[in-house]
Ligand binder design. Structure first.
Ligand code: FES
Ligand code: FES
Length: 160
């Protein structure tokens, strides 16, 4: 079956098997390698993508389900100023260790920051922790991830 969706700002049409998961379509057919394979059970979060701006695990999503929708991975955010700022903050805070989980955590935190910023509301540490709870990190970088989110948000809200 043929499925068409927007991937990182451009429309793609791809032939897939009826039961094919988005993770496989992205990695094996479309060459998107930032989306990682982990548990394939929706538990680790390394396969996270943004679907219409919301973080979702691509191992539990059939590609057919994203027809006509917008899928974003880190490959599509390189020129987004907010994403660049967040990624730099991650680097400054050493919020990255293995690198394997990093694209997914960046996407999740980017989506969260966008939502807070566009909603013109306040974030809380508890809320940030909740936002990233679906992204497992075995090396325990969570406090640094939270700090990177707080710092990025505070720069946004104090920016002239
Ligand atoms: S590979 Fe999708 S949640 Fe683990
Ligand atoms: S930094 Fe990737 S699992 Fe911890």
């Amino acid at each position: 079956m043929r499925v068409s969706f927007r991937l990182n700002g451009s429309w793609v049409s791809v032939d897939v098997e009826p039961g094919e998961i988005l993770l496989d379509t992205l990695r094996l057919r479309l060459g998107i390698r930032s989306v990682k394979r982990g548990c394939e059970r929706g538990e680790c979060g390394v396969c996270t993508v943004l679907l219409n701006g919301e973080p979702v695990v691509s191992c539990l999503l059939l590609t057919a389900q994203v027809d006509s929708m917008e899928v974003t991975t880190v490959e599509g955010l390189g020129s987004d100023p907010l994403f660049k700022d967040l990624a730099e903050e991650f680097a400054r805070r050493f919020s990255i260790q293995c690198g394997y989980c990093t694209p997914a955590i960046l996407l999740t935190t980017y989506a969260y920051i966008r939502k807070v910023y566009e909603g013109k509301r306040k974030a809380s540490v508890e809320e940030i922790v909740k936002a990233i709870e679906g992204n497992l990190c075995r090396c325990g970088t969570y406090p640094r991830v939270v700090r990177a989110v707080v710092n990025t948000l505070s720069r946004l809200t104090t920016a002239p």
